[in-house]
Design a binder for this molecule. Structure first.
Ligand SMILES: Cc1cc2nc3c(=O)[nH]c(=O)nc-3n(C[C@H](O)[C@H](O)[C@H](O)COP(=O)(O)O)c2cc1C
Ligand code: SF4
Ligand code: SF4
Length: 258
C-alpha cells in the first residue's frame, strides 16, 4: 500500500471505533483516526486524498449525523478516494452503500466497502441480546474479517460489501423503506427519567451532537439525537431510553475486549 489514508468515524458504543482502528492500523499504520465530532477531523480530512469512513448502521441506513457530515462538506469529498466501513448487529443489506452513494454524488471515488457484524448496541430492547461468550466470539470473527479484508486489499482488490445494485435493493426492501422515518431526521424521541437523573453530566459530555444539557440539575434532550446510544449506555443511573421503555443491559465494547 502506497496511499496515505486518514480515517473518520462515528461510534456510539465503541464497535465502529474498535473496527476502524484495527482496520486502519493494518492498512496504513501511520494513518490518523478521528471521531467525527472531533473539530480537527475536518481540517485533517482536507489534507488526505484517501479516507476510510466508518459508522454503525441504523435501520439499514447511515446515521443522520454521518449523512449530514458528507453533505455539509460536499466540496471536500470531490476527488477523494473513500473506503466505507459499516458495523451492524445483524443485517444491513447496503450499510456501506448508503454513504458510498452520497459520496459519489459529491464527486468521490468509492474504493470499496466492508460490513462487520458486531454486538448489538440497542441496550433498551430485549431483541438480539447475546451472552458474554457470544459477544466475544462475534468480535473475534469481526477481527478475522478485517484481517482477511486487508489481505485482499494488499493483493490489489478492495472488498465490495454493501455496494452495487443487489445490496441496495436488499437494504431498501429488507428494512430501510419501512423504517425510513426513524433516521430521516434527528430524533426528538430520547426519554430522560427525571426521577432517576442525578445531574452528573456524563451524558452531556459524551453526546457527539451536543444534544443534551443540564437544566435545573437534570439532563434535557433538544431534539438533535443521532441515535448513537452513547449516553444511554453510559448513564450511571440508567435514566435514558430511546427505542424501549427501560435499559435492559448497557453495552460498551470495552467490557468485551482485553
Ligand atoms: C438506532 C439503532 C439502529 C440499528 N439498526 C441496525 C440495523 O438496521 N441493522 C443491524 O444489523 N444493526 C443495527 N443496529 C446495531 C448497530 O449498528 C451495531 O451494534 C453497531 O456495531 C454499533 O456500533 P457503535 O458501537 O460504533 O455505535 C442499530 C443500532 C442502533 C442504535
Ligand atoms: S448521565 Fe444519567 S444521571 Fe447523569 S446527567 Fe445524564 S441522565 Fe442524568
Ligand atoms: S442524545 Fe445520546 S443517543 Fe442521542 S446522539 Fe447524543 S449521545 Fe447519542
Amino acid at each position: 500500500m502506497k496511499e496515505n489514508f486518514c480515517a473518520v468515524y462515528l461510534s456510539g458504543t465503541g464497535n465502529t471505533k474498535f473496527c476502524i482502528e484495527k482496520f486502519v492500523k493494518l492498512l496504513d499504520e501511520k494513518a490518523p483516526v478521528f471521531a467525527i465530532e472531533d473539530e480537527t477531523a475536518l481540517s485533517a480530512l482536507k489534507n488526505y486524498e484517501y479516507v476510510v469512513l466508518g459508522y454503525p448502521v441504523q435501520y439499514s441506513n447511515a446515521p443522520k449525523m454521518v449523512r449530514d457530515f458528507i453533505i455539509r462538506n460536499a466540496a471536500l469529498w470531490k476527488g477523494k478516494k473513500v473506503f466505507c466501513l459499516a458495523t451492524m448487529g445483524a443485517f444491513s443489506g447496503d450499510g456501506a452503500g448508503c454513504s458510498a452513494r452520497l459520496l459519489k454524488k459529491c464527486g468521490a471515488t468509492v474504493l470499496g466497502g466492508l460490513h462487520l457484524k458486531m454486538p448489538d448496541s440497542v441496550c433498551d430492547s430485549k431483541l438480539l441480546k447475546k451472552s458474554r461468550e457470544e459477544k466475544i466470539e462475534i468480535i473475534r470473527r469481526a477481527e478475522e474479517k478485517i484481517e482477511r479484508a486487508i489481505l485482499q486489499i494488499r493483493s490489489g482488490k478492495y472488498p465490495q460489501n454493501g455496494l452495487g445494485f443487489l445490496p441496495h435493493l436488499v437494504g431498501l426492501l429488507g428494512q430501510r423503506l419501512w423504517f425510513y422515518g426513524k433516521t430521516k431526521n434527528y430524533s426528538d424521541k430520547l426519554k430522560i427519567d427525571n426521577a432517576r437523573c442525578v445531574g452528573c453530566g456524563v451524558c452531556v459530555r459524551v453526546c457527539p451532537m451536543q444534544n443534551l444539557m443540564l437544566e435545573n440539575q437534570v439532563a434535557a434532550s433538544h431534539g438533535k439525537c443521532t441515535l448513537c446510544y452513547r449516553c444511554i449506555s453510559e448513564c450511571p443511573q440508567q435514566a435514558i431510553t430511546l427505542v424501549g421503555k427501560e435499559v435492559v443491559e448497557q453495552y460498551r465494547l470495552e467490557n468485551f475486549i482485553s
